[in-house]
Design a protein around this ligand. Sequence first.
Ligand code: SF4
Ligand code: SF4
Length: 400
Amino acid sequence: MYFSLLGGILSDAEAFPLPAELKLNLTSHTPVVETSKEVIIGELVAQSIMEGIGDIHSPVCGTISEICPDFIRIQTSQGIEEAEPLVISTENQGNIRKSLRLLGIDSEKYVPSHYLVISGVNEEPQIYTREQALFSFPKDVKEGIEVLKKLVLPTETILILPDGAEYGNLDPLVWLDAKSVIKVNPVHPAGIVELIAKKATDKETIEDAVVVGVDELAWIGRAFKEKKPFTEKVWTLLGKNYLIKIGTKISDLLKVAKIEPQKGDKLIFGGPMRGTAQYTEEASISKHDNGLCLIKAGAFVSIGERPCINCGECTRNCPARLQIHLIGRFAEFSQFEHARKYSVQSCFECGICGYICPARRPLVQYVRLLKEEIKKIDEQAKKNQANTVATSPIKKGERD
Ligand code: SF4
Ligand code: SF4
C-alpha cells in the first residue's frame, strides 16, 4: 500500500490572485479594529489573548466590513501600502517569544528540548508545502532554524528529508553537518510528527523533541528577516502550490481551480487521509491549514457503523502497532477504560486503518471519540479531586 508524499515540485509556487474579500479566523484573539476602518498590509487587526499564540494582521489593504466573535472580514482594495517594519529581537528567549507573537506566529510548542527535529517530508499525500519550502525558500528555512535553536536550545538538531526530492538551488545537506541528516522513504505515514520524531530519536515518545516542518521554518525565517508579520503562505490547492493570503475563502480557491463541486463531493482542509471535511465554501484558510483537496462523490464506498468481519487488516497495517480492531469495538460499546488500556491515545490518526478496512468502519472517528471521552473522564477526575481537597475537614492537629 503506497501513498506517495512527493509532488515532484520543480518550480516556485504561483502567486494566488487577490480575492475580493478575506475572512480572518479568530481563535484566542480580541479585535483591535472597528467596522469600516481602512487597513493596510501588515496592520494589526486582532491581538492574541493567550501566551504562545500569534497576533493577527491584515494581509491586504482594504476595509473592515464585519467583525464577529470568530472572524474579521476585510473587503480588499488594490492598495500596496504596508505597515512599518516591526521592532523585533532575537536577543533572548523572552524577546524571541514576544517577537513571534508580534509577527503573528504561534510559539507554544517551541520549548527547550534535547532534540530539534526538522522535517522536510510532506505531512500527507497531496500536500506539498514542505517540498516547496525546500525548493523555493531554503535560505528562509535556514534563518528559521537559527531563530528556533535559540528557543529550543537543542543538544541535537536532526534534519529528516524525503529521499528523491529536488531541492532547488541550495543543497539542504549543507545546512547541518551530514551526520544529522536522515533520509526517509516518502510514503504516507512517514511525514507524521510522531514517526518523524521516532526516526530522528529512535524513541517511542516525543516528549524530549520539538518537531518542526521546513514550511513553518520558512515563514518564521522570512518574518524575522523582513520584520513583517506572517500573512501569506504556500498552500496546496488540489495538487498545485500557490502563495496565498491567509483568510482566502474556499469559494475563491475553487474559482481559481475552476472547480464546481457536485452533490456528495467532499472539500477537505488538509490531505485525504487526515484532513477535515468542510461544510461551507465560506470557510477560509488559517495559519495552520496547508491545503485543500476534493474527494469526488462515489470515489470511495462511504464509511458507516457496520459490523467488523474480523479480517485483522487494520491491526496488521497500523504503524503504531495498535489493536485497532478491538479499539473500534470499545468505542461502539462505550468501553473507554478498555480503550485506554489498549493505548488508544498513542494513535496518531494516520487514517490507514480506516482506509484499508473492507467493512469501511469509521475507525479514525472511533479513535477521536475515544480520545475525547477519555479526556472528559480525566478532567472530571481532576475536578473531583480538587473538590475533595477543598472540602475535606481539617483533622485534629493539622491546623497548626
Ligand atoms: S489511525 Fe489507525 S492505523 Fe493509524 S495509528 Fe491510528 S489506529 Fe493505527
Ligand atoms: S479491517 Fe475492518 S473488518 Fe477488518 S478487523 Fe479491522 S475493523 Fe474489522
